[in-house]
Design a protein around this ligand. Structure first.
Ligand code: ACO
Length: 322
């Protein structure tokens, strides 16, 4: 049985770290409010001349080093992002060029905070159908570029960063104990567009800023995330009791805690990075995978469920044996 197995992981965070206290200077907010409502303590912001493709390339290089591979060993690059350098070409083709790859193919996937789940699902399908053998799957964002710095209800929540994994086609036993992606569940419901969107874009001839009805998104988050995680686990023939680590999208500690509780799991089984990164949208899950591995939390053979929800609304989960 063919499976897509993660053989490398890496991440990159811009140098500049911004603590909550920095927002107290310009906004009617406090470190206390941000910590207790979101769990965020600090975030990284990209330098003025640093773009999403820069962050993505650094994360890709770290994942290649982790896997012990050269860039030329890769045959496809998929980048999940909602904050590309340019309208086109894709960030993925920019990364491809930076890695000096001239074979294979590269493209972007856009599903906002669920982007990495969608990208992983796409990469998995391409590996299973034989379209590629080794795919770099990257989540990279510069959400600092779409913040309204006068809106305290959004601008304190987001950060910049990138994470990457390398998926490789492997043939094995095909049981839930064998490594690789075991199941995927994707969902979206476009009726909820107004809960979370950017109020500008190419076809409307405008640029814009992120707008979010945070408490409304919150209301959907826990139920939908627990549901998609359960659906993916069930289709893998597993249940929450089998899970070693939930690696959730890092938007808000209260959503992360609520989802774990609804799944009947302890916070000891959750990789949490939101305090250090804020919400990095499509980058948050690969960042958490990389940091979780570096901390010694995620070990070979562990059963992971990753889940995310974001603008669309779009949400989903991936179950994998690390
Ligand atoms: N500092 C101080 N007060 C604030 C701030 C701030 N930074 N921001 C909002 N407030 C105020 C509000 O104005 C409101 O005041 P009011 O009661 O006088 O009107 C009060 O705090 C409560 O506001 P709520 O929005 O109800 O607060 P809530 O407890 O819901 O927390 C939060 C807000 C953190 C945004 C939360 O709702 C949340 O995390 N939502 C989900 C976000 C998310 O998961 N997004 C999806 C992924 S992102 C993506 O796809 C791009």
């Amino acid at each position: 049985v063919k499976r897509s197995v993660v053989i490398g992981v890496g991440h990159y965070l811009p140098e500049r770290v911004v603590p909550n206290s920095e927002f107290e200077k310009t906004l009617d907010t406090s470190d206390e409010w941000i910590r207790t409502r979101s769990g965020i303590e600090r975030r990284h912001f990209a330098a003025e001349d640093e773009t999403t493709s820069d962050l993505a390339t650094h994360a890709a290089e770290a994942a290649l080093t982790d896997a012990g591979l050269k860039a030329t060993d890769i045959d496809a690059v998929i980048v999940a992002t909602s904050t590309p350098d340019l309208t086109f070409p894709s960030v993925a083709t920019m990364v491809q060029a930076r890695l000096e790859l001239t074979h294979g193919f590269a493209f972007d996937v856009q599903a906002v905070c669920a982007g990495f789940i969608y990208a992983l699902s796409t990469a998995n399908a391409m590996i299973l159908t034989g379209q590629a053998q080794r795919i770099l799957v990257i989540g990279a964002e510069t959400f600092s570029r779409i913040m309204d710095w006068t809106d305290r209800s959004t601008c304190v929540l987001f950060g910049d960063g990138a994470g990457a994994v390398i998926l490789e086609a492997r043939v094995g036993g095909g049981t839930p104990d064998d490594r690789g992606i075991l199941a995927v569940d994707l969902n979206s419901d476009g009726r909820y567009k107004d809960l979370l969107y950017v109020d500008g874009g190419v076809s409307t001839g405008t640029s814009g800023h992120l707008r979010m009805q945070g408490n409304q998104v919150f209301r959907h988050a826990v139920a939908k995330l627990a549901q998609t995680a359960e659906t993916a686990l069930t289709s893998a023939g597993l249940s929450a009791a089998d899970v070693d680590w939930i690696v959730p999208h890092q938007a808000n500690i209260r959503i992360i805690q609520g989802t774990a509780k609804k799944m009947g799991l302890s916070m000891d089984n959750v990789v949490v990075t939101v305090q250090d990164h804020g919400n990095t949208s499509a980058a948050s899950i690969p960042l958490a995978l990389s940091v979780g591995k570096a901390r010694g939390q995620i070990k070979p053979g562990d059963l992971l469920v990753t889940e995310a929800i974001g603008g669309g609304l779009a949400w989903g989960a991936v179950v994998l044996r690390w």
